[in-house]
Design a protein around this ligand. Structure first.
Ligand SMILES: Nc1ncnc2c1ncn2[C@@H]1O[C@H](COP(=O)(O)OP(=O)(O)OP(=O)(O)O)[C@@H](O)[C@H]1O
Ligand SMILES: [Mg+2]
Length: 344
């Protein structure tokens, strides 16, 4: 659906050249929700704006829906852009126009007839759940409602692609979740391909099928959202994921314990199976969960647990504890995707 080939963007700032995007190639398939994640200044917005040529690349080619649009100008570019809607972090609504007029704007620019606008606007306001706000002004709306207007405006001309630049960063958690649900529904029901930027893995995790991770103008890693989240390869991605899982233990919880403390990562079915209880019963080792989380990404589980292993009072007589512990550790190691000993 979207092919970016060797995209480079340089900006001139006070005589100095800033390399914002450095040789990025991406292929985004029709119908997917593709995430771009990275720290501030990584080049995410610049790359996104290359897709509709709000930013012209210094080098590289942009193809959307089978058409190379890199060199289009004027009327041809405007026509190509109708295939590509866009929403923004701060909504970018016209403050002195009603919700109806904001939603109608893109249709007017596209030269649609009065009759067609009068038919289409109520339809898109219904789609985003704002049919009763047509005559309100942006200042009378909540942040979530403003973003709904932004979405209505962006999909008015039946685009094939929707570009979303930090669409939920200005919203609280609950409103964010509702907007992400709406985007997901638009993707599924209307078949619109979505490219979404965020600096938060949590957002990416909720709706993206695939992800590219950007750092310093480069894409440092890309793949299925599940794989990026479950088994990040690049140090920067690992740091992002760790931050999202937020499994930092208070130091006293680790230091003052007698016993072996493990951080265990389980993937897929294993995350739901009783690996730890099996280890406990089979080897007579007490397993205490100190901290843990099971996340679901597209129905597949990622489980991260911090557990304390100690001798069990119910252990069968015979094998001494160190041997049972060894056996339990090797069983857990054989079942888990990753085991790290935090303390022993
Ligand atoms: N119009 C511009 N003129 C000059 N430099 C720019 C311009 N736009 C972006 N840059 C620079 O390009 C780099 C990438 O910026 P960009 O806005 O794409 O990053 P980002 O990943 O979207 O960051 P954020 O998460 O803060 O939005 C930065 O160094 C930025 O200062
Ligand atoms: Mg940005």
């Amino acid at each position: 659906m979207i092919q970016l080939e060797n995209i480079r963007v340089d900006f001139a700032v006070r005589g100095q050249s800033v390399l914002a995007v450095d040789d990025v190639s991406l292929a985004i398939e029709r119908g997917e929700v593709f995430g771009i994640v990275g720290a501030s200044g990584a080049g995410k917005s610049t790359l996104l704006r290359v897709i509709n040529l709000l930013e012209r690349p210094t080098a590289g080619r942009v193809r959307v829906a089978g058409e190379d649009i890199t060199d289009l100008r004027g009327g041809e570019l405007r026509r190509a852009r109708q295939k590509i809607g866009m929403i923004f972090q701060h909504f970018n609504l016209m403050q002195n126009r009603t919700v109806y007029d904001n939603a109608a704007y893109a249709l007017r620019v596209a030269g649609k007839s009065k009759a067609e606008i009068a038919r289409r606007v109520p339809e898109i306001l219904r789609l985003v759940g704002l049919e009763d706000k047509a005559q309100a002004y942006p200042a009378q709306l909540s942040g979530g409602q403003k973003q709904r207007v932004g979405i209505a405006r962006a999909v008015a001309n039946h685009p094939e692609v929707l570009l979303c630049d930090e669409p939920t960063s200005a919203l609280d958690l609950e409103t964010s979740a509702a907007i992400l649900d709406l985007l997901k529904e638009i993707n599924a029901r209307l078949g619109i391909t979505i490219v979404l930027i965020s600096h938060e893995m949590a957002v990416i995790k909720k709706i993206c099928t695939r992800v590219a991770v950007m750092e310093g103008g480069h894409v440092v890693e890309q793949g299925e959202a599940y794989d990026i989240f479950a088994t990040p390869q690049h140090p920067f991605t690992r740091q992002l994921v760790e931050h999202t899982l937020n499994l930092e233990l208070p130091p006293h919880l680790v230091d003052d314990r007698q016993g072996t403390i493990l951080k265990v990562l389980f993937l897929g079915d294993k995350a739901e199976e009783g690996v730890l209880s099996t280890a406990s019963i089979r080897h007579g080792v007490a397993v205490n969960i100190l901290h843990g989380k099971i996340e679901y990404i597209g129905h597949r589980a990622v489980g991260l647990l911090v557990v304390l292993l100690t001798d069990s009072p119910d252990a069968p007589a015979g094998l001494p504890f160190p041997l049972r512990l060894q056996a339990a550790l090797s069983y857990i190691g054989s079942q888990a995707s990753h085991v790290e000993v935090l303390h022993d």
